[in-house]
Structures are given as C-alpha cells and as structure tokens.
Design a protein around this ligand. Sequence first.
Ligand code: SF4
Length: 266
Amino acid sequence: MLAPTVVPALEHLTPHDLVTYFRCPFEMELVRAAHAERTTGRAGTVRTPPDVVPLRHSPMFAPPLGHLAVREGRLDLGDHDRLVYEDAGEDDLPILFPPERIRLDARFSEGHATLVDAELGLAGRPDLVIQRSDGSFVPVEYKSTHLFVGYHEAHGRLFDTVQAIAECRLVEVAFGRRPPVGIVLYGDAKGGGEHEGWVEVPYGEPEEHWLRAVLRQVRDDPVRAPVPAERNCAGCGPNGDGQCRYAAARYEGPLHRVRFAATPRP
Ligand code: SF4
C-alpha cells in the first residue's frame, strides 16, 4: 500500500518579511528568530550558515513599477467611500473618516484583524482598508513620519511597493475582490503634514505573478545571505542588538531608514 502523501506546510510569511528580505535576507532571518523566541520562549532557527558569502544587493526580484501614480497633498476620499477595516493594534493611524462613514467589517474585529491567505501562506494586517464608492476595496499603508519630498529620488520607495502589493493580495482573499491599487500614504507627521502625499500601486496580473514568484524565491533561498550596506545596516534592529558580524555601519536607530529614503541624491 502506498504511504499517504504528506504535503509540507508552506513557510508562513508576512508582507513585512518580504520588505525585510528585500533589504537584507539575513536581517529577515534574525528578526523572525527573535520574534519566534518572544512568542514561543524557544530560540528561533536561523537558516543562514556561518560561512555565508555576503551579497552586494538583495536577491529579490524588483516589483513591477511601470504604472505607479504619485500624488501630492491630501488623500482623495469621495463622499461615498467608507472605512471597512482598521488595524486596531496601530495607534498612530490618521482619522480619515467621520464616524458615520466607518463601517468596520465584524469578521476582522476583536482579535481577528490578521488577514490570511492560506493558498500562498501569507498573512498580515494592512493599516486600513477603504471601500470606494464603486465597491472596490483598497488597502492603505500609512507611513506617519515619512516626508513626501524626495520620493522619486529615493527610487520610488521600492520597499513600500513590495508591502502594498502583498497587502492587495490579502485584501483580495479577505474581501473577495481584487483591489485595483494599494495606497501608501505618507503623512509627514513631523512636518505638520506640509509634505503629505500618497502613491497608488497597481495590483493586476503582473503584480500577482511577481508576488507568487518572490514568495517562492524567499522560501527556496537556502542561505538568506546578509547584504551589508549603510542604507540597510544603520537602521537594522538586529544590528542594534549586536547580532550581525557583517554590518557595514553602526546602528543609528529605526528612523535612519526614513531619513535615508527622504534624502534626495546629490
Ligand atoms: S546589519 Fe546589515 S548585513 Fe547585518 S543583518 Fe542587518 S542589514 Fe543585514
């Protein structure tokens, strides 16, 4: 008699894992191991071997960027748009809607806010989900401190694009409709909102194919190598904890990446 086929469970990944891998796969390993230790009490495993050869660039395929729409100013909300989801675990989210236009979906309240895609092994929480007047659902990722100036100079903040595409997929699975775009909203809280803006990241077949490919790429990566570079290491949490011997810069705190992203190239 044939033994029953055992299908290995997909390694669980989050949009944040993809963002971290895009910077530095080894950082993703260290962050995930620390999280596992905090939540289970047991030391998390790190896939990266001690004799790994550091890389000059992340191996992740870049996301499609052809049709990003970059907008300055306040987010364009229509009178019939509604807020249908909010990550209650985030305490610095902007108030975009009056109470009468907040209709939170009860399926994702009271400890059930994590959106899960069992097919792709992906789970996470967008900051907000808006239902537009045409019935479409759009995830919003809010970057409170980011200045909007320098967006193009900072290479279109590829990290945020990665996150937006992954959140679109989660919203598609949770709400049953493919979002036409994901929004990254830059609030410039420290600048008093003077340089607010947002980016619409399209979510179509090219983006979904890219997402499926990078999920396979991350899972199939046997080493998850470090990518030492100042732009990565100076804002890397594990570096601040002294966990990385490949670091190319001293740890300067989590806001380093915000400053780096907002600094135009000379
Ligand atoms: S310090 Fe640099 S090389 Fe080391 S894990 Fe962090 S980002 Fe990667």
